[in-house]
Design a protein around this ligand. Structure first.
Ligand code: PMP
Length: 368
């Protein structure tokens, strides 16, 4: 029986492709003739080994990951990597120093966590609002830093980098949790990329870490063993029990991405969906207002306010109620910034975005 599905614009955990959910449902009781569920399967079994290998290989293929990079699966979320990154990399150079570019909530949290482990320098003058990327000409980069860190897409503020920062040879680390596999990326420019799965590539529970081999093996002595890249690399992410079911779901989503045309197809779809909404915002004569600088407006998370400043909240409440009546949910902005946020991750279809756009037009006509 066909289920009626709500359109989910949530920022994460987020929408999954329906075909993935159906396949997981079909295989839930009896995976591939094993007579058991992946939920019950030993992480050391040959069936699970196959799932791990296929998942890694799909990531390698879809992102064109060079051979000198390790691909690993961690628990602990993106936030776990806020600690793992400094614990593993900050000691690679004697000064225990790292550089952070702080463009929103997530890079700010990462920098704060890293301060526990070394000297952290924010490379640019502090931003008065998280609506832009600080001009690279204002950065002071320390060439003896162990790494430079940035968040490629700030999920809360809707600020996305459309260029890879030039770090003059210092190792570059990026949190791609909320735009991973949504666009093409040249992995060879990075020392390390990490991403939680629950936005573009699966459900919560697993975080992908892609790290250049020569950066593995220098963890601080007090690094928890489960966060030690060398330990996990040497054990193929099986030092301890991995998040098996989340890895399996990621496997299905990656297959879906591949069958949908790969990263390039996601790139073009995401461009199309987000342009549709931004064009409408731009044409609304200020009724809808996106505070983010145009060149760094995120394709993944589109934040906007509704109406004139003094009536914002009342109108936004009405907007959300109307959306919900039309079967659209999770459009409320992050509690720290308010307003509306439409997250348009890979699994959100063009049709889903069209339903939102049509509603925004209707709401504008009624309330302008
Ligand atoms: N980085 C970014 C860009 C995020 O959007 C999030 C979560 N929304 C995190 C890190 C933290 O991820 P987690 O909740 O999995 O720790």
């Amino acid at each position: 029986m066909e289920e009626k599905r709500t359109i989910n614009f949530g920022a994460g955990p987020a929408k999954l492709p329906e075909s993935v959910l159906l396949q997981a449902q079909k295989e839930l009781i009896n995976y591939n003739g094993t007579g058991i569920s992946v939920l019950e399967m030993s992480h050391r079994s040959s069936d699970f080994d196959k799932i791990m290998n296929t998942t890694e290989n799909l990531l390698r293929e879809l992102l064109n990951i060079p051979d000198n990079y390790k691909v690993m699966f961690f628990q602990g979320g993106g936030s776990g990597q806020f600690s793992a990154v400094p614990l593993n990399l900050i000691g690679l150079k004697g000064d225990k120093c790292a550089e952070y570019i702080v463009t929103g909530t997530w890079s700010s949290k990462a920098a704060k966590e890293a301060e526990k482990y070394g000297n952290i320098n924010v490379v640019h003058p502090k931003l008065d609002s998280y609506t832009k990327i600080p001009d690279p000409s204002s950065w002071t980069l320390n060439p003896s830093a162990s790494y430079v860190y940035y968040c490629c897409n700030e999920t809360v503020h809707g600020v996305e980098w459309n260029f890879v920062p030039d770090t003059a040879g210092v190792v570059l680390v990026s949190d791609m949790s909320s735009n991973f596999l949504s666009r093409s990326v040249d992995v060879s420019k990075f020392g390390l990329i990490f991403a939680g799965a629950q936005k573009n590539v699966g459900c919560a529970g697993v975080t992908v870490v892609i790290v250049r081999e020569d950066l593995v093996g220098g963890a601080l002595s007090d690094c928890p063993i489960v966060l030690d890249y060398k330990v996990q690399a040497d054990n193929k992410s099986l030092y301890n029990t991995p998040p098996c079911f989340s890895i399996y779901i990621m496997n299905l989503v990656l297959e879906w991405i591949k069958n949908s045309g790969g990263t390039a197809a996601m790139d073009s779809l995401n461009k199309q969906k987000s342009s549709m909404i931004y064009d409408l915002i731009n044409a609304s004569d200020g009724f809808y207002m996106c505070p983010v600088d145009v060149p760094c407006r995120s394709r993944m998370n589109v934040p906007f306010r509704v109406g004139k400043r003094e009536e914002n909240e009342a109108l936004e409440k009405k907007f959300l109620e109307g959306a919900s009546k039309r079967g659209m949910i999770s459009l409320k902005g992050h509690r720290s910034v308010g307003g509306i946020r439409a997250s348009l991750y890979n699994a959100v279809t063009l049709e889903d975005a069209q339903v939102l756009a049509a509603y925004m037009k209707e709401f504008l006509k009624e309330h302008q």
